[in-house]
Design a protein. Structure first.
Length: 526
């Protein structure tokens, strides 16, 4: 065999062994943390959650600036809002839900015991790096799980810094060491090692389609998302001025980087002119045919969407396309004559470009909205502006989406901000979108329940469980100076497991040493 090829294969093998070893160490540490965290009662758990939410809120503006500086995506002012929304408002939403204590159903003679998932491996995207990190960490803490974050490489610096701060807050409030960890140097082999490890209990995947599919094919339980491509229908009965304001505000929010943003606007001939004027007044630029063609060529190439346009300002995109617009322009509206695979602009666009299609009839409008989601975005989100309840129901029946936002901005509304949907940065697309869950992901999806079911026969009495509590033993005692008892506290940096209970098993360590020794012998020619 060619020596260079041989050496490269050895390097790959050694790299994979090292990645597996690193994953094992972090996962064992997380397993130890999860086993300790399960000893905490609800009051201790809520204290940790509140401390982390406070830390997330305090750094919202700073981390928004750093995320935009590192990724080039979005608007810092808007990212600050998202970072704040995934802190205190998130835990407020779930404040009255108990994921720690037993539940008693006397009528059905059932007692339910909550069981945390254990170790969560969570992927976070470059588009909403800090908000998603906040959100997933808090969900894990609410349910007494440990979490390992894998940030998108394009946002690893800001994500790592944010994770360090959340760890400090969690541990200061009494959380076990290792309950939050982050991959400071993420790589495909390392992510694969985490995904396929039997020490990972569940994968919480937010990111590109390929990564989400990899999570589902990992052999581990996975909760994933699908792409968005939300249609928005403006009916003739709508308040046209308010609809236009909401749509422009939503489509320009963080430069349309949320996958819940409106992608294709559908309306009717009788309100087309009025709607275009209202859109202009709200800050939209209506493109002519030449500009639409320029946009299409710039945003889409044979390999897919032009990532240079993701989260960019409307004025920047216009300049790149040679389209003259006012500097106050918030979004670009591109009229299109059809919806389907032939019309690229009817696909998802994570930038402030909104396709606009005029249907001939309300029935055709519903069919076209359905077509938008079948092109991409099945199961995700849709929006409608109307004052006709019958039309709301007809639209909800027609579109294959699990969130339909009515008379509100879709970007925020479908994610649970400005509506009463659960606040979420992981949007389940359900069976339509080939996802396991069809609702906004929340803490309830990271805990399962053991059900103690009595006989339903009347002559079998049910036990007396009200007032009973589980045997919560609380945190481990502090480790002494020599480190013999308990586990040392440390930062999110990769570190060996904290105790014998969380160390690699002997077989795994021996195998890792053997592989490394063999590779060294081969490299040295011995």
């Amino acid at each position: 065999m060619d020596r260079a090829l041989f050496n490269s294969l050895v390097d790959i093998s050694g790299s994979k062994a090292a990645q597996r070893g690193q994953a094992d160490i972090m996962l064992e540490r997380a397993r130890w943390a999860a086993s300790v965290f399960e000893r905490y009662d609800r009051a201790a758990t809520q204290a940790i959650v509140a401390a982390v939410a406070e830390a997330a809120h305090a750094m919202a503006a700073e981390m928004a600036e750093k995320a935009v500086a590192e990724t080039g995506f979005g608007v810092a002012e808007h990212k600050k809002i998202k970072n704040e929304l995934t802190a205190k408002p998130l835990i407020d939403f779930y404040a009255d839900q108990d994921f720690v204590n037993l539940r008693v159903d006397e009528a059905r003679k059932i007692v339910e015991l909550p069981r945390p998932a254990g170790v969560i491996f969570a992927l976070t995207p470059s588009t909403n790096p800090i908000a998603t990190l906040n959100y997933k960490c808090l969900l894990a803490l609410m349910t007494r799980n440990a979490i390992v974050i894998s940030p998108h490489p394009a946002a690893k610096d800001c994500s790592t810094e944010a994770a360090h701060r959340l760890v400090q807050a969690a541990e200061a409030a009494g959380a076990p060491s290792g309950v939050i960890q982050i991959l400071e140097e993420p790589s495909i082999p390392l992510v694969e090692a985490f995904m396929t490890s039997d020490k990972t209990n569940v994968i919480l995947a937010t990111g590109g389609t390929a990564m989400v599919r990899a999570a589902y094919s990992s052999s581990n339980p996975a909760i994933g998302v699908g792409p968005g491509n939300a249609p928005v229908f403006v009916d003739a009965s709508a308040d046209i001025a308010r609809a236009a304001q909401r749509i422009v505000a939503s489509k320009s929010f963080d430069n349309s980087i949320l996958c819940t943003n409106e992608s294709v606007l559908i309306t009717l001939p009788e309100v087309e002119g009025q709607l275009q004027r209202a859109l202009k007044s709200a800050g939209a630029h209506i493109c002519d045919a030449d500009a639409v063609e320029r946009l299409s060529r710039f945003l889409f190439h044979p390999r897919g969407f032009n990532i240079e346009a993701i989260g960019r300002d409307a004025t920047w995109i216009a300049q790149e396309c040679g389209i003259r617009v006012d500097q106050s322009t918030k979004i670009l509206v591109a009229p299109i004559t059809q919806i389907g695979v032939e019309e690229k602009l009817s696909r998802e666009k994570l930038c402030p470009v909104l396709a606009m299609h005029v249907a001939k009839t309300p029935a055709q409008a519903l069919a076209q909205a359905r077509a938008v989601l079948r092109l991409t975005g099945a199961g995700h989100s849709a929006a409608i502006h109307t004052s006709d309840e019958a039309m709301v129901l007809a639209y909800g029946e027609a579109v294959e989406a699990y969130r339909v936002v009515v008379n509100a901005p879709c970007s925020q509304g479908a994610a649970g901000f400005g509506t009463s949907l659960a606040p979420s940065f992981t949007i389940g697309t359900g069976y339509y979108g080939r996802s396991s869950i069809g609702e906004n992901i929340g803490p309830q999806h990271l805990v399962q329940w053991t059900r103690l079911a009595y006989s339903s026969d009347d002559d079998v009495p049910f036990g007396r469980y009200h007032g009973r509590t589980r045997p919560f033993r609380g945190a481990l005692p502090p480790a002494p100076e020599d480190g013999v008892v308990g586990a040392p506290r440390s930062s999110v940096a990769v570190a060996p497991a904290p105790s014998a209970a969380s160390s690699l098993d002997r077989a795994t360590k021996d195998e890792l040493r053997r592989l490394i020794a063999e590779e060294l012998r081969d490299l040295l020619g011995k």
